[in-house]
Design a protein around this ligand. Structure first.
Ligand code: HEC
Length: 123
């Protein structure tokens, strides 16, 4: 086996390990539910005062023709490309935990865990 393939396999298994230690559901409850609601369907305690209403996060795939685009979702959470005037904080500007490699892309473990949690609750 060529050594790049071996490195890739190691990176993927590392990502697998980290994924289990970072609990996306708990992170969501801590960082996101105040706006998005405990069930991620909107209407969290802070939602009322916002200029824009947090969308139902259990229907991200449904709104996108049935496809859950994990890269797009991670980008939205990261916030680097968020909409002008969005009330949602730029989480990527803070500390999102250690970096794991997904293929050849470095991704913060917490970002991956949050997006994975959202993927798991699609209806
Ligand atoms: C201060 C309120 C607030 C907090 C906290 C917040 N969001 Fe949001 N979020 C919003 C609003 C409002 C939108 C609507 C889009 C916009 O205005 O940019 C949004 C949009 C999104 C979207 C895009 C959904 C779509 O289909 O377009 C995702 C994904 C998302 N939030 C995930 C999260 C996650 C994960 C967290 C926690 C790490 C979080 N949000 C924390 C307010 C918030």
């Amino acid at each position: 086996m060529n050594r790049f393939v071996v490195l890739g396999a190691m990176a993927l298994s590392l990502a697998g390990c980290v994924d289990k230690t970072v609990d996306g559901r708990a992170l969501f409850a801590e960082e996101c539910s105040a706006c998005h609601g405990d069930d991620a369907k909107g209407g969290g305690v802070l939602a009322e005062g916002l200029t824009r209403q947090p969308p139902d996060l259990t229907h991200i795939a449904a709104r996108n023709g049935g496809v859950f685009d994990i890269n797009a979702v991670m980008s939205q959470i990261d916030g680097m490309h968020r909409a002008e005037g969005s009330p949602m904080p730029e989480f990527g500007a803070g500390d999102m935990g250690q970096i794991v490699m997904i293929g050849r892309t470095p991704v913060p473990a917490e970002l991956l865990a949050l997006a994975g949690y959202l993927q798991s609750i699609q209806e």
